[in-house]
Each structure stands twice: as structure tokens, then as C-alpha cells.
Design a protein around this ligand. Structure first.
Ligand code: PXL
Length: 263
């Protein structure tokens, strides 16, 4: 059985972060280990507060897992502090965690910072060059590159920029172009652009989409599928989760991770 490690935040409402990651890994047939970086106090109406885990404790968790097993893939979510960014970069280098998917979680949908301002520069300097795949949405692209995405040309420009900053593969998610009929994600490998396309699903239940996509991607990489195939499978898994709705919460509920098991 392939093994994943997620380094991410804890979501008490269960739809994002470590809980989403572990659910996706399980459904896609992987064993999942997890290191917690922050406790994100939230429900379906939004994030109230995020409390970071001390960087020394994040390091201790990673070291303790890694002295025992080497995961087949690493998935990264919330880091919150510059110190946690440094620890992650250091551990990727030290333990050679090169097959990774880094989801750039910078702030919540209602604006709570999930990476502190001072951590962004450190993230760009230390983590982006170690990313195998980086998966920003359009808001995160703006924070990381200053490029405001209004067109496909802007998407391509930002892919090239993030690739130049050191990520091996860049996926810019188009889920935030709300007026379009299609949800188009773009992959860039330094040479060519590839797209994964699905119909846009009109739903309020989008909590955890970023985590879900990144974990589905990571699961397929761990199974030694290539990046291009993993990209298409992850997109298809997302579309299934969004289009097979479950109503659990009163606010913005989670995507349905369980749709693949027929629920
Ligand atoms: O979707 C970003 C995200 C990631 N991880 C955790 C979160 C959130 C957003 O709320 O709570 C734990």
C-alpha cells in the first residue's frame, strides 16, 4: 500500500485540511499519515480563528514519522507561520520529499490569514523552489506573483512566473472564474500548457475543494501515474465531488468526497 503524508491544518468541521486529505487518500487506496500545523476553528459559515502549532512541534511530528517510514508522496496545506514554512522546507530537503503537491493556502474564503504576511516571502524563497507541483487558485496567484488573472493569457503568464520561481509543475485552478460555463485548470511543465476541463457546478458546497484536488493529485502521483494523467484524474474526482451533492451543513458545506464509494 502506498503511503501519503499530509502536513496541514485541522478542520473541526471536517471538510478541509487534514480531515479532507485523509478521507481522499483513504478513498483512493492509500494509507495516510498526518502532521498538524494549525487548528482552524470554523464551521460552514467560515473561519473564526486559526491557531498555529509551534514550529518545533511540527518538526518533531515530521521527524518522528520520517524516522520510521518514508511516505510515497507529501501533500502540504496550511503552514500559517514563517517558522513552519522554514521547517517544511528544511524537512523536504533533509528527507528528500521531492514528490510533493503543495497547495498554497494563504487565506480562508472569508479572509482570515492562513499564512501570515511575513511568511509569504519565506514561502516564495524556500518552499516554491522545492515544489514538485504547486496548485494556487487565482487569488493565491495574485498574492504570489502580483498577476491579476482576467484571461487565459494571464493564467499562462502566471504559470510561467511560478515555474521561473522554481516549481517543477504549476497548476493554476480556474474554479474562481465564476461567470464561465466551464471550470478550466491549467498545467504548465516549463514547455507546454495542458488543460483539464469540467462543467462548472453551481453549488454553495465548495468547502475543501483545494485540499481535495491536491490530495487526489498526490494520491495518483503516489501510485506512479504521471503528472498529466494524475491531473486529469484529480479533476474528474473533483467534478464528481461537486456534482454529487450532499447537504450536511447550513452554510458552505464540503464537497462530497465519498461519491466514488456510491454515497
Ligand atoms: O481550503 C483551505 C483550508 C485548508 N485547510 C484547512 C482549512 C482551510 C479553509 O478553511 O480550514 C484546515
Amino acid at each position: 500500500m502506498k503511503v501519503a503524508l499530509t502536513v496541514a491544518g485541522f478542520d473541526p468541521s471536517g471538510g478541509a485540511g487534514i480531515q479532507a486529505d485523509m478521507r481522499v487518500f483513504t478513498l483512493l487506496g492509500l494509507y495516510s499519515t498526518s502532521v498538524i500545523t494549525a487548528i482552524v476553528v470554523q464551521n460552514s459559515f467560515g473561519v473564526k480563528k486559526s491557531i498555529p502549532v509551534d514550529a518545533g512541534l511540527v518538526r518533531f511530528q515530521i521527524e518522528t514519522i520520517l524516522e520510521d517510514i518514508k511516505p510515497d508522496v507529501l501533500k502540504v496545506g496550511i503552514l500559517q507561520t514563517p517558522e513552519n514554512v522554514e521547517v517544511l522546507a528544511d524537512c523536504i530537503e533533509r528527507y528528500d520529499l521531492r514528490l510533493n503537491v503543495v497547495d498554497t493556502v494563504l487565506r480562508s474564503k472569508n479572509g482570515t490569514p492562513l499564512l501570515e504576511e511575513e511568511g509569504i516571502e519565506t514561502f516564495i524563497k524556500r518552499v516554491v523552489p522545492l515544489c514538485y507541483i504547486i496548485t494556487p487558485n487565482t487569488d493565491e496567484v495574485f498574492i504570489l506573483t502580483g498577476i491579476e488573472i482576467k484571461s487565459m493569457e494571464d493564467v499562462k503568464k502566471s504559470c510561467v512566473e511560478l515555474w521561473k520561481m522554481g516549481a517543477k509543475y504549476v497548476i493554476v485552478k480556474g474554479g474562481h472564474f465564476e461567470e464561465e460555463e466551464l471550470a478550466v485548470d491549467t498545467l504548465y511543465d516549463g514547455e507546454e500548457f495542458y488543460t483539464a476541463v469540467s462543467p462548472r457546478v453551481k453549488t454553495k458546497n465548495t468547502h475543501g475543494t483545494g485540499c481535495t484536488f491536491a490530495s487526489a493529485l498526490a494520491s495518483n502521483l503516489a501510485k506512479r501515474k504521471d503528472v498529466y494523467t494524475s491531473f486529469q484524474i484529480a479533476k474528474a474526482y473533483m467534478y464528481g465531488g461537486l456534482s454529487n451533492q450532499v447537504e450536511i451543513f447550513r452554510g458552505k458545506g464540503p464537497v462530497n468526497h465519498l461519491w466514488l464509494s456510491g454515497m
